[in-house]
Design a binder for this molecule. Sequence first.
Ligand SMILES: NC(=O)C1=CN([C@@H]2O[C@H](COP(=O)(O)OP(=O)(O)OC[C@H]3O[C@@H](n4cnc5c(N)ncnc54)[C@H](OP(=O)(O)O)[C@@H]3O)[C@@H](O)[C@H]2O)C=CC1
Ligand SMILES: CC(=O)N[C@@H](CCC(=O)OP(=O)(O)O)C(=O)O
Length: 342
Amino acid sequence: MIKVGVVGGTGYTGVELLRLLAQHPDVELKAITSRGDAGVPVANMFPSLRRRVDLCFVDPQSADLGSCDVVFFATPNGIAMQQAAELVAAGVKVIDLAADFRISDIAEWEKWYGMKHACPELVAEAVYGLPEVNREAIKKARVIANPGCYPTAVQLGFLPLVEAGVIELDNLVADAKSGVSGAGRKAETHILFSESADNFQAYGVAGHRHLPEIRQGLSRFANAPVGLTFVPHLTPMIRGIHATLYGRIKKDVDLQALFEERFAGEAFVDVMPKGSHPSTRSVRSANMCRIAVHRPQGGDVVVVLSVIDNLVKGAAGQAVQNMNILFGLDETAGLGQIPLMP
Ligand SMILES: NC(=O)C1=CN([C@@H]2O[C@H](COP(=O)(O)OP(=O)(O)OC[C@H]3O[C@@H](n4cnc5c(N)ncnc54)[C@H](OP(=O)(O)O)[C@@H]3O)[C@@H](O)[C@H]2O)C=CC1
Ligand SMILES: CC(=O)N[C@@H](CCC(=O)OP(=O)(O)O)C(=O)O
């Protein structure tokens, strides 16, 4: 059994990790942290986990993380980078759901995240955990930077087009909508029910911190610089991201075949039949990205629709997928959930 620690077990991605890990055949949960709720049984806070998780939260300072095989950080940005080096030195694998190890350019990271990086040397060796691109490197990683939610939906949607040189790279557009759980469980005015329900709003148009992450990924796929306009929106649903992606076609290829071939054999990317409009509900609670590719009126613009559950393929599910790859398990172990309908 793989001994697992979760730092940040009281948050949304933390409890989602617990839901998935508690059903995983090869995992033993050893430590789940909370600063404010240390000593409280996990199942008291989350009755959905009654009879599945019998641990109490422990304070992160006193948690025995060094005896785990892998530790997930489901914490705000800037926490994992303070503890990763010590864990790695003790032979513990680290999977960070936050952004501490996602951006190779430290100055760029410090600019967008507004803090000094505590551990730049590990950024250089960390592997960006997008399995559909980096599977081989993930197998050997000591630190995995789990991708952001928007970056997962946007990169997977653009991947076949950018890799194959099918679209112009100077002016890609990603118009993305997220459910409110994307903002986490901490109290903030803009995510109050009376502010976010029956409402719809763009934000971060001038620059969102996922912009450099997406741009870095797309530039690597293309092996060339990429121009991207990224506009996120908050939409009144709990879970889900819907990304609508636009690019100008420069090479006339069978787009449906391109997508089907690129993702053939991928358990967690579903290329839908031609003409489809994937819904966020079709991936709710599942580790899945569903994609449809369109060429409206046969023109020179390609439109890709990419949907994920932000908490699963956009966070905890992808983190478990990375753990499976890292430990040589079946990549789908513990990730067989079928989305909830309705
Ligand atoms: N929500 C989403 O859809 C996605 C989130 N992410 C990223 O995952 C991370 C977690 O997000 P999310 O679960 O939404 O956030 P939440 O705000 O819901 O939870 C944050 C968790 O971190 C713990 N925590 C906060 N500060 C510290 C600290 N200084 N030391 C140790 N633990 C701490 C909190 O627990 P306590 O206060 O009890 O200690 C809580 O359990 C973030 O970096 C986020 O950006 C990534 C992809 C998608
Ligand atoms: C709806 C909402 O607020 N979403 C969050 C992004 C989600 C997230 O958790 O960001 P990371 O993946 O980088 O950690 C935001 O825009 O800040």
